[in-house]
Design a protein around this ligand. Structure first.
Ligand code: 5GP
Length: 207
């Protein structure tokens, strides 16, 4: 069985990445063999978020316990909270041939790239500053100070676009979903993913 592919999807918060990812995961043609990596975070849950589904919600001590035993593939401080991708979430699934999708920030994407250079990196841009600001303000759970901090962080993150393989501009959700789905589908036709079947078909042609 060939290893699955690791996909990194990064964007400034509010660019609509979570909705985009959820839509692709809900697609039965994709979601069945794509695992969403549930990160650990010290951020308190927002209304409606469930432990173990959107995130593993932990306190600082719980986070550090995983970090000191080398349990994170990457981790970063994002907007004052700790976020990390545990190896346990990712590595066994890639081994089993599943694709794994990481929804992580640009700092985390950089760390993963240095350990897993073959990871497929996608950045999601909002169509404009105005749209991002409006989306952040509409998120009633975040205070005005948080919105200002996130807008300032957005530009810094977006400046890193050259480090990514694909860039999706999330202007029209349906078009953006289509693009992300296409990236995932195209990778599944990669020759290294098909090696075993290609060789078996070829053997059947042996004289
Ligand atoms: P939020 O708090 O809005 O859910 O996420 C804030 C930011 O943290 C988003 O850009 C999200 O992609 C990022 N993030 C979520 N999980 C992780 C993680 O495990 N590692 C890193 N580096 N960033 C993460």
């Amino acid at each position: 069985m060939s290893r699955g592919d690791l996909f990194i999807v990064s964007s400034p918060s509010g660019a609509g990445k979570t909705t985009l990812i959820r839509r692709v995961l809900d697609d039965p043609r994709i979601g069945g063999t794509l695992h969403f990596s549930v990160s650990h975070t010290t951020r308190p849950p927002r209304t409606g978020e469930r432990d173990g589904i959107e995130y593993h919600f932990v306190d600082g001590a719980g986070f550090r316990a995983i970090e000191v035993r080398g349990g994170f593939l990457e981790w970063a401080v994002v907007h004052g909270n700790l976020y990390g991708t545990s190896r346990a979430e990712v590595e066994p699934r890639l081994e089993r041939g599943l694709d794994v999708l990481l929804d992580i920030d640009v700092q985390g994407a950089r760390q993963v790239r240095s350990h897993v250079p073959e990871a497929v990196k996608v950045i999601v841009f909002p169509p404009s500053r105005e749209v991002l600001e409006a989306r952040l303000k509409a998120r009633a759970s975040d205070t005005p100070e948080v919105v200002v901090r996130r807008l300032a962080a957005a530009r810094k993150e977006m400046e890193e676009w050259g480090e990514f393989d694909y860039a999706i501009i999330n202007e029209d959700l349906e078009a953006a979903v289509d693009e992300l789905r296409s990236i995932l589908v195209a990778r599944r036709a990669g020759k290294s993913r098909r090696r075993e079947r290609l060789e078996a078909i070829l053997r059947s042609f042996a004289p």
